[in-house]
Design a protein around this ligand. Structure first.
Ligand SMILES: Cc1cc2nc3c(=O)[nH]c(=O)nc-3n(C[C@H](O)[C@H](O)[C@H](O)COP(=O)(O)OP(=O)(O)OC[C@H]3O[C@@H](n4cnc5c(N)ncnc54)[C@H](O)[C@@H]3O)c2cc1C
Length: 418
């Protein structure tokens, strides 16, 4: 805190511990005993880590701490860290966002966006221990990963990518550029998509785990809202990738791209929910304690009803995310035979939920700042940092209109049902 003006008696209540108490009051009734135990452990971990976080340092110094507890991701089973699954991942993202929303962004890019493809590689019959080693390094937080999909001229139209992966014996040579590579400037591994032919991206897409040492060059982009996360413009100039680092070739890269999007969007919902609750709860604590004209400002309708509206939306987004994750776990991830019906539903709901939650993070944080008055925009409360991170939630993982486009496609198909 550069200069403290917030009242001491209010400041001492604006703690992460109190955020968790109010979060639990709202969310625990929706969870079973195993899930509550898991959250309690997460909260203990967060409360221990919180005082050690130096906000003048990049988030990456904290990755090994997450890794030690199996918190780089929790969708997949790694090193016996249980429980796991999509619901546990959502709850992980939610808690880490409440702890440190920038750390959560970096964690999601490394653990999920780069890490998930290493699990998919083996579930699709991949062999050898090269990718296992990459997975262990990423999951332990010892190494940093990122994903390269977006290109300077291929954003929303990601499938029509122009990064060329040419064959060189059983190796690949990458040439192209990616942008907005979260963690890129610090990354050891770049899970990057390319195509053999730009004319046939679907039929020729490739997914490879590219080591920095293979010759990847990055330049950091300046993105004010997440100063502790490094985001890159990434260059592949005749970068040679040995066979054992190729995760999916000859069009299979396209299958993996889409396989990755659903968990990615559900995961972003988890991060978003954490931002919603943290922003809202700090606002609730402050406005209950801040007095003007002789009474707490929350008692003025203009403030109290506004917060009531935001609480309702936050609960709605949370129950949607938890329900989507439950269906994903029960009917897809842990099912003997994944349900086609559930797969279709979850793909649609991941877009709806990502769209709704991402937008809500910004609404909640911005509105809470207005309800708090001046303190909300200073560094005396954590809400301004949450607002900053909320600005990028709608862009990452496919922008607002792309989610709406997917939802609209679904609406158009309904004529077939009638
Ligand atoms: C902080 C940050 C981190 C990111 N991290 C990563 C990462 O780690 N890896 C990665 O690969 N990418 C990453 N991205 C990229 C992100 O996924 C893209 O920014 C996003 O997909 C949008 O692409 P674009 O920015 O090129 O916008 P454009 O595609 O140029 O879109 C511009 C505008 O047009 C709209 N639009 C585009 N097409 C349509 C359409 N068909 N219908 C209606 N509206 C449309 C968009 O909604 C948007 O409003 C990140 C972005 C940011 C900002």
């Amino acid at each position: 805190m550069q200069e403290k003006i917030i009242d001491d008696q209010i400041l001492e209540k604006m703690t992460l511990e109190n955020v968790f108490k109010i979060f639990n009051d709202n969310v625990f009734p929706m969870l079973n005993e195993e899930e509550k135990d898991y959250c309690n452990q997460l909260q203990e971990f967060c409360l221990e880590l919180n005082p050690k976080i130096d906000k003048s340092k990049d988030v990456y110094v904290l990755f090994p701490e997450l890794g030690k507890h199996g918190y780089m991701q929790r969708i997949n089973l790694w090193n016996d860290f249980k429980p796991y699954g999509m619901k546990k991942e959502i709850l992980l993202g939610t808690h880490l966002s409440m702890l440190d929303s920038q750390l959560e962004l970096g964690r999601l890019a490394s653990g999920i966006l780069c890490g998930n493809p290493t699990f998919h590689y083996y579930s699709h019959g991949g062999t050898g221990d090269t990718i296992q080693k990459v997975q262990d390094e990423l999951m332990s937080g010892q190494k940093i990963g990122c994903i390269g999909i977006t290109e300077p001229n291929r954003g929303s139209d990601a499938v029509n990518m122009t990064t060329i992966a040419s064959k060189d014996g059983d190796a690949l040579i990458y040439n192209g550029e990616k942008v907005y590579t979260t963690n890129g400037p610090k990354a050891d591994y770049f899970c990057t998509y390319g195509v053999h032919s730009a004319e046939d991206p679907r039929g020729t897409m490739v997914q490879a785990m590219i080591k920095k040492e293979f010759g990847v060059r990055t330049e950091r982009l300046k993105i004010n809202s997440v100063p502790r996360v490094h985001i890159a413009h990434t260059f592949f100039n005749d970068v040679k990738i040995p066979r054992e680092y190729i995760l999916a070739d000859n069009g299979q890269g396209y299958v993996r791209l889409f396989e990755g999007l659903v968990p990615e969007r559900l995961g972003i919902m988890g991060s978003g929910i954490g931002i919603c609750w943290a922003g809202l709860i700090y606002g609730i604590i402050y406005t209950n304690l801040r007095k003007q004209f002789g009474k707490p400002v929350v008692r003025y309708q203009g403030v109290g009803y506004g917060l009531a509206d935001l609480l309702t939306k936050s609960t709605a987004a949370t129950s949607l995310a938890l329900q989507a994750a439950t269906i994903y776990d029960d009917k897809i991830l842990f099912a003997d035979k994944p349900s086609k019906e559930a797969e279709k539903w979850v793909a649609g709901i991941s877009s709806q939920g990502k769209y709704y939650t991402a937008k809500l993070t910004h609404e909640i944080c911005y509105e809470v700042q207005q309800h708090m008055g001046g303190i909300g925009v200073t560094d005396n409360s954590p809400v301004d940092e949450l607002t900053d991170v909320s600005k990028i939630e709608e862009v990452i993982g496919g922008s607002r209109n792309i989610q709406l486009l997917l939802i609209q496609n679904q609406i158009q198909r309904y004529l077939r049902l009638i």
